[in-house]
Design a protein around this ligand. Structure first.
Ligand code: SF4
Ligand code: SF4
Length: 186
């Protein structure tokens, strides 16, 4: 990718503009494909966005028996192809982050495709284009490298029993301060 979605988690104020923008995307049928969570509401007001991280070796695509989940040359993990998806829901179980969702009526999985119609042209995805706090940033290789010198990026570790699914992601994140040292979100 020439550009990367980068998530500066500490900045999130929970406004959910990213959800609203995703809901309005063409073809989304007014359903958001990204999510915002409270990290630990009893001790903090910190919220974090949860987007598809577009894993380098995605569990969803690996678990699909129908090759319905395509990966672009840029590393974007696309929503299921209508003509191929058989509705088995393997992908919804395999993803450690709960990103693929299942539409019962259409018998079809849907997920974030990083606004591929925009991002393949270098235009930021809708979520990043509206985030008012720079939590969601659309960075060039050089800009990302500058971030990388300050943060350990690209690793997202799920808690037990999912540790075997730890892996490299195309979307890069910096964990919020409240989680640093724990590296576990779920
Ligand atoms: S738009 Fe930005 S600040 Fe608002 S909830 Fe989404 S990531 Fe957080
Ligand atoms: S629900 Fe569709 S996309 Fe998901 S694993 Fe099954 S066939 Fe593949």
């Amino acid at each position: 990718m020439k550009h990367h979605l980068y998530i500066e988690m500490d900045n999130c104020i929970g406004c959910r503009s990213c959800l609203a923008a995703c809901t309005q995307c063409g073809g989304h049928e007014e359903r958001n494909r990204n999510y915002v969570y409270d990290v630990d509401p009893l001790v903090s007001r910190q919220t974090i966005p949860l987007m598809c991280l577009h894993c380098v070796n995605p569990a969803c695509a690996r678990s699909c028996p129908a090759q319905a989940i395509q990966i672009t040359d840029e590393g974007v993990v696309l929503s299921a192809l209508v003509e191929k998806c058989i509705g088995c829901q393997n992908c919804t179980l395999a993803c450690p982050y709960g990103i693929p969702k299942f539409d019962q009526e259409q018998n079809l999985m849907y997920k974030c495709d990083l606004c591929y119609d925009r991002t393949k042209e270098g235009i930021p995805p809708m979520c990043a284009s509206v985030c008012p706090t720079n939590t969601l940033q659309w960075l060039t290789d050089e800009q990302l490298a500058a971030k990388q010198s300050r943060h350990a990026l690209g690793q997202w570790t799920a808690s037990e029993p999912y540790n075997p699914l730890e892996g490299m992601t195309n979307v890069k994140i910096s964990l919020p301060g409240i989680l640093q040292g724990k590296q576990k979100l779920f």
